[in-house]
Design a binder for this molecule. Structure first.
Ligand SMILES: [Zn+2]
Length: 60
């Protein structure tokens, strides 16, 4: 008895399988998983203020 749960991928909204056969769940693919991680990482960097004002000043 196998019950397959299918939900939209949080990244691309395409239906994808949510079980152990999907190593990228809750995403549909590695691409979507990576894209979400990059998005998250960028947010973190912005929040942490890793933009360096001195670099900006120097290049001006
Ligand atoms: Zn996807």
């Amino acid at each position: 008895m196998t019950q397959v749960t299918v939900r939209p991928c949080p990244q691309c909204q395409r239906p994808c399988t949510q079980d152990a056969s999907n190593p990228f769940m809750p995403f549909c693919s590695r691409r979507c998983k990576d894209a979400d991680f990059l998005h998250w990482a960028n947010d973190e960097h912005r929040i942490a203020g890793l933009h360096t004002p001195w670099t900006d000043h120097e290049s001006d």
